[in-house]
Design a protein around this ligand. Structure first.
Ligand code: AMP
Ligand code: MG
Length: 327
């Protein structure tokens, strides 16, 4: 078992230490604006294999590579369409991952043997400093065991990964709390492979061309397995009416997550109100599910969010988090 060191992202020496560890091929969990990532040098094949092992993730499920700025795209990808540069210019640093054709010199361990590569410039000042200082690209999937909840704080990473990784760089709570939008810019029309904080509408409006969001696709995308992002407690999506009835004969083994004003805070000890603004909701969603997992409840009932494009990413995660595990 490794001893997992906790480093402070705001401390210059700690940041240098994280950079050094990564350059030596070690695993360091890092903060991003989406969720915490489990990072390693993306061009160090052994280090990348360690990521798969630590997460218990199948080796054919590709990892996102985080880079310091858009000018480095060409090191990782080839035959890059003009539109990719436009998206990078507009949305990077930010929660958009671009799927491109992998450059020949990049080992395909990081891409799960695919000939495409997923790239992103994260919008987190400390991680950007780390990327520049270490001068390497970082393969960084979410820092959770396969299929479980993505962590949005260093404490949560510690709970999940202590003893399996060398360090966690604590940069506080993640600003967005939801994984990036993955856009396949190789296909025509371009496709969203995973919904995220940047919506299909925003991308369409910016590009002035259609963007499709297929319900299923054939690429090996772990976010695309039916049961994913799962808390320990069984999660059920409920309409408001059903929640009202349930709350009136409160079962202590059920936790409730709601966002409508109609619910009364004192109705149950296990009721949590999330904001009705989708960004504020997303920021607290995994954290709230995670907190429920730490107390003695068997089920979480959550008020079904609006079924709109705006809430697409949240609805996508909730559908997977509530899917039967053997699906
Ligand atoms: P996570 O591991 O939670 O950060 O999720 C990373 C996401 O990026 C997963 O859904 C991956 O399957 C997806 N991804 C990374 N690289 C590729 C690729 N080359 N093709 C398709 N999806 C990819
Ligand atoms: Mg993940």
């Amino acid at each position: 078992m490794l001893t997992t060191v906790r480093l402070d992202a705001n401390n210059t020496d700690d940041l240098s230490r994280a950079s050094e560890l990564l350059r030596q091929g070690k695993l360091v969990a890092v903060p991003t604006e989406t969720v915490y990532g489990l990072a390693a040098n993306a061009e160090d094949v052994d280090a990348v294999k360690e990521i798969f092992a630590a997460k218990n993730r199948p080796s054919d499920h590709p990892l996102i590579v985080h880079i310091a700025d858009k000018d480095r795209i060409q090191h990782w990808a080839e035959n890059i369409p003009e539109l990719a540069f436009q998206l990078a210019e507009k949305f990077w640093p930010g929660p958009m991952t671009l799927l491109l054709k992998k450059a020949d010199n990049i080992n395909s361990v990081v891409t799960g043997k695919l000939d495409t590569i997923a790239l992103r410039v994260p919008d987190h000042p400390m991680l950007l400093r780390l990327l520049k200082q270490s001068n390497i690209g970082l393969a960084a999937p979410s820092a959770n065991p396969y299929r479980q909840l993505s962590p949005t704080s260093a404490d949560q990473v510690m709970d999940n990964m202590q003893g399996k990784i060398d360090a966690v760089l604590d940069g506080g709570d993640c600003q967005l709390g939801l994984e990036s939008t993955i856009v396949d810019v190789v296909s025509n029309p371009i496709r969203i492979l995973r919904s995220g904080p940047i919506t299909a509408n925003e991308i369409e409006t910016f590009l002035g061309q259609p963007v499709i969001t297929p319900a299923t696709h054939t690429e090996s995308v772990p976010g695309n397995v039916k049961a994913h992002y799962q808390p320990r407690a069984k999660l059920t999506l409920c309409d408001k009416e059903k929640l009202f009835i349930a709350l009136s004969n409160d079962n202590p083994k059920i936790g409730y997550i709601v966002y409508s004003d109609d619910f009364d805070k004192d109705q149950s000890e296990h009721i949590r109100h999330l904001p009705s603004d989708k960004y504020a909701f997303a920021k607290l969603l995994y954290k709230t599910l995670y907190e429920f997992d730490k107390v003695d409840i068997d089920e979480i009932w959550i008020e079904r969010p609006p079924q709109t494009d705006e809430w697409q990413a949240i609805n996508d995660r909730l559908a997977r988090a509530s899917a039967a595990t053997d699906a």
